[in-house]
Design a protein around this ligand. Structure first.
Ligand code: HPA
Length: 271
């Protein structure tokens, strides 16, 4: 991943898009339908964009949907890449740099997560205040491209406080409760063991998922303010004495989809 490749990807998109996005939104598992609300949408498959990788996860369409949402110019990543698909962390993070190069001023990330905090319930929304990267990996491993960012990026405000305030204001406007907490990023694809979940809770995690951390590291690296909202699609392993399934994740994501889209639309309006 180099700034030359990023510039090539951005140039391709600039030539194809009638208007350039100001806000980027990454849609997580089951949350893709938000892209259907984008007006005057131009959809571009990842496969068509130079240097982009394709998404193989079920329910991840693998296209960039650009247009207008709540009066703002947005680029929605309908489908993201995950480590469990076999992608390297820098491949997963790559689109963040391209969106930054296109002129995007804020990155909104969404995901489906397992609830670790026993005060949470299935269907809750959690504003990510911070993360614990337990993947053991970073998209910044290897030579640093100084044109993309600094060697040792600061993560203190990676989840931008000003954007978090706007997310809370948006939730209030929608009459929705937005819980807050620490997101623990893991590789997957297997769900965690109950012992792992107890360990993550002891570490200070409130939710767990298989995405987001690499994109947020990349955003911090290239100076792009990020805000992330997790949908608690299930309680994590062992919290309730019942098995977990990917089908459950998608079912809850679909059921809570309407409120989730209202929240995202209200947030985009405020950004
Ligand atoms: N664990 C990890 N990733 C997840 C979960 C979970 O329980 N739910 C949704 N994504």
């Amino acid at each position: 991943m180099t700034h030359v490749q990023v510039a090539e990807s951005a140039a391709y998109l600039r030539a194809r898009l009638p208007v350039l996005p100001e806000i980027a939104i990454v849609l997580g598992s089951g949350l893709g339908p938000l892209a259907g609300q984008v007006q005057d949408a131009v959809s571009i498959a990842y496969a068509e964009i130079p240097h982009f990788r394709m998404s193989t996860a079920p329910d991840h369409a693998g296209r960039l949907v650009c247009g207008t949402l709540a009066g703002r110019r947005v680029a929605c990543m309908q489908g993201r890449l995950h480590g469990y698909e076999g992608y390297a962390p820098d491949e997963i993070a790559y689109p963040v740099y391209v969106l930054r190069a296109l002129g995007v001023q804020a990155l909104v990330l969404t995901n489906a997560s397992g609830g670790i905090n026993t005060g949470f319930a299935v269907g809750d929304f959690m504003l990510i205040e911070d993360h614990i990267n337990l993947t053991g990996k970073s998209p910044l491993t290897g030579a640093n491209d100084a044109q993309l960012g600094t060697r040792f990026p600061d993560m203190t405000f990676a989840y931008a406080p000003a954007l978090r305030d706007k997310a809370q204001a948006a939730a209030q406007l929608c009459g929705l409760t937005l819980r807050t907490g620490v997101y623990c990023g893991v590789n997957g694809p297997q769900f965690e063991t109950p012992a792992e979940i107890r360990a993550f809770r002891a570490l200070g995690a409130d939710a767990v998922g298989m995405s987001t951390v690499f994109e947020v590291i990349a955003a911090a690296h290239c100076g792009l303010p990020a805000v992330a909202v997790a949908m608690i699609t299930n309680m994590a392993a062992g919290v309730l004495m019942q098995p977990l399934s990917g089908a459950e994740v998608n079912e809850i994501a679909a059921r809570r989809g309407v409120d989730f889209r209202r929240l995202m639309t209200a947030l985009v309006e405020k950004l």
